[in-house]
Design a protein around this ligand. Structure first.
Ligand SMILES: [Zn+2]
Length: 388
């Protein structure tokens, strides 16, 4: 049984920290979140919503029920027990079906401001979410950006992830300033507590931070990476069923939305590429190992080349010369397409890309020849393995 106790708050050097002690497998630990003190009045100290959502995966992983020794949102209690745990267990059969119990349930709307927020990473999905709400009126207009340290800078957290988090924050903050919005930096030890794969768990990790400040956000947009029709209960990528997750994590105070859900990745890239600021800040690269990069994006990794291919397809790549190394792209592009074409287990994004490129004649005889060579190499490797 995981027992979660009411939180305590402290303040130091302009940072407000909210922490709860919890017991798991006989050990006492602490889960904490911290953010700038100026937002302290929006912290939810009377309910344990954020801590339950943050620790839910620990319960699912270890098979321990969760006892909330305090108040929990009644809506959250209902949705987690009836639907969310079942959906997560269907998506990943390694999880154990558990129960969440709370000493008290609350139906109070704690929200003090009729405004919205969203995360800003300077990636395609976060820009698509921002520009999609450009003309929204309150309570749907975006007032604040958020930036979380709950695994996207290193699955298991630690000091290295915290250093990357601070470095990236500097860049993202400059972009937020140019957009005329404040960005709220959230640190937490959730990654160190969970020690789980980020791709399989990120939605709940990020939303636990949002639930810490439900008094601020009436609506919160969590960018989807897929379009509605690509919905799937997937073991590896929790993002593919965020449509369910976010509905089930909404409370009486804050409604969560899976945003930019109406666009495929190529569509959202085409949409945001028209905004000048995007060509200055777009950051899609997830490859931390390229140290000799000339631009923000390494321009060599899978994600970088895919993005450049799409921008090229829409005749918008030249605008992005500040963030991508276009010479590197010219060198790598043909082999990359040939590789994708030769792949045996193609993903949705591979089919999307190839279908688009076909319409503009990118799949020429050179690509076809390279692709055939890659296939032969792959078969030879398999035969070698058999005779080893
Ligand atoms: Zn890259």
């Amino acid at each position: 049984m995981i027992k979660i106790y009411p939180p305590k708050t402290t303040e130091e050097k302009g940072e407000f920290k909210i922490a709860s002690v919890f017991e798991s497998e006989g050990h006492r630990e602490e889960l904490w979140f911290s953010f700038p003190s100026k937002f302290r009045e929006y912290a939810v100290t009377e309910q344990l919503d954020a801590f339950v959502v943050g620790l839910l995966f620990l319960g699912l992983k270890t098979g321990q029920d969760i006892e909330v020794c305090g108040k929990l949102s009644a809506r959250l209690y209902y949705a987690i027990n009836h639907y969310l745990i079942n959906a997560l267990c269907l998506a990943n059969t390694d999880y154990k079906k558990i129960k969440v119990e709370a000493h008290y349930l609350s139906t109070i709307n704690l929200n003090l401001r009729e405004i919205s927020g969203t995360g800003l990473s300077c990636g395609v999905d976060s820009f698509a979410t921002y520009y999609d709400h450009l003309n929204s009126k309150p309570p749907f207009a975006i007032e604040y950006f958020t930036f979380f340290n709950v695994g996207s800078h290193g699955d298991f957290g630690g000091e290295n992830a915290r250093r990357i988090f601070s470095e990236r924050f500097g860049r993202v903050k400059t972009c937020a300033n140019e957009l005329g919005k404040e960005i709220i930096k959230f640190d937490s030890n959730l990654s160190e507590v969970l020690r789980m794969n980020f791709q399989q768990t990120h939605s709940l990790r990020s939303i636990s931070c949002v639930l810490v400040i439900q008094k601020l956000f009436r609506n919160y947009y969590y960018a989807s990476s897929i379009r509605f029709d690509q919905f799937k209960l997937d073991k590896i990528r929790i993002a593919e069923y965020d449509l369910i997750n976010l509905q089930m994590l909404s409370t009486e105070s804050t409604t969560l939305w899976s945003s930019a859900l109406q666009y495929t990745r190529p569509e959202r890239l085409n949409f945001i590429a028209d905004f000048a600021l995007v060509s200055k800040y777009l950051d899609v690269c997830t490859n931390p190992y390229v140290v000799d990069r000339k631009k923000i994006n390494c321009s060599r990794c899978d994600k970088c080349i895919r993005t450049m291919l799409l921008l090229d397809f829409y005749d918008k790549l030249d605008r992005f010369h500040k963030v991508f190394d276009l010479e590197e792209y010219q060198e790598k592009r043909q082999d990359f397409v040939a590789h994708i074409r030769a792949k045996r287990n193609k993903e949705t994004q591979d089919y999307q890309l190839l279908n688009l490129l076909k319409t503009k004649g990118y799949i020429n005889y050179k690509v076809k020849t390279r692709s055939a060579i890659f296939r032969v190499h792959s078969e030879l490797r398999k035969i070698k393995k058999v005779f080893k």
